[in-house]
Design a binder for this molecule. Structure first.
Ligand code: GLN
Length: 275
């Protein structure tokens, strides 16, 4: 669609080709205006430069690029997170993992986030419970840069480590380990649909059966958990039984359980290291 200078903001919000929320986000981003300003200035008209800027954003969205990458931001757990194509876009489902972790955090507890990506999980935790001790790692230096920026933005004190799973924390133990690892199987057709096409493949799929990273995390956890320490992992909609079986097979865990997300899908599983 052609976007003309002189159109009013109100008319544009109704005529842009996406849903109402996306139209508002793109218009606001092109003009540097927030939600309230867009309403109060609905009679204001677009300059030629603004029309060109908006046109470019609309073209990117029409080509399928996720809105979070276009505007460089996504809200998670009530906080605004910077996102780039180097990191997965935070999902509302993952707030379940944050809630379960918060219920287990006590003052001074050592908390580790494996594969932190944008840092959404660890920053939400450290922002909400600044009285615990936070570490987060990722094998992608570009992701770590995004995570560190998000921690700074929300004044979250987090130690970031460049690490392939536990390699950089050899000999360390934690009271709580959380992870939202790549868990989509290589053959899953969703990888070539929607937003996922634009997200880093390394954050989405293990290039195997979908369980290999979860397996590696469970295998390494007993050597990195304190007695009674919890391991909590997000996983795919159909992986809960398999993850519980892996935890049981290790013989090191008790209180093995899965929890449902808002859609009623078992989305997080975890267990406590037996003493
Ligand atoms: N929940 C994401 C999705 O299904 C995948 C996240 C992940 O692999 N950790 O789109």
């Amino acid at each position: 669609m052609a976007i003309e200078a002189g159109a009013t903001l109100g008319a544009l919000q109704r005529s842009l080709p996406f849903d109402a929320l996306e139209n508002r986000i793109l218009l606001g981003h092109a003009l540097g205006l927030g939600r309230v300003a867009l309403i109060t200035q609905s009679e204001r008209t677009l300059t030629a430069a603004e029309a060109a800027r908006l046109q470019a954003l609309v073209a990117r969205r029409a080509a399928g690029e996720p809105i979070a990458y276009i505007v460089g931001s996504r809200e998670f757990f009530g906080l605004a997170f910077s996102v780039t194509p180097d990191v997965l876009i935070p999902r509302p489902d993952t707030e379940l993992l944050v809630e379960l972790a918060l219920a287990r955090i006590t003052p001074g507890l050592r908390v580790l986030d494996l594969g932190t990506g944008s840092g959404a999980i660890i920053v939400a935790l450290a922002h909400t419970r600044p009285d615990a001790d936070y570490s987060a790692l990722d094998r992608s230096p570009a992701a770590l840069a995004v995570a560190a920026a998000n921690a700074a933005r929300h004044r979250a004190r987090v130690r970031f480590l460049h690490s392939d799973w536990y390699s950089a924390v050899a000999g360390e133990r934690f009271g709580l380990i959380v992870a939202n690892p790549p868990y989509i199987a290589a053959a899953d057709p969703h990888l070539s649909q929607g937003d996922l096409r634009f997200e880093p493949a390394g954050a989405l799929t293990d290039q195997q059966d979908g369980l290999s990273c979860l397996r590696a995390i469970i295998d390494g956890a007993p050597a990195h958990l304190q007695p009674d320490g919890w391991l909590l992992m997000e996983h795919g909609y159909d992986q809960a039984a398999a993850v519980r079986a892996l935890l049981a097979a290790s013989g090191r865990f008790g209180d093995i359980a899965s929890w449902q997300d808002l859609a009623g899908i078992e989305r997080v599983s975890g267990a406590r290291l037996l003493t």
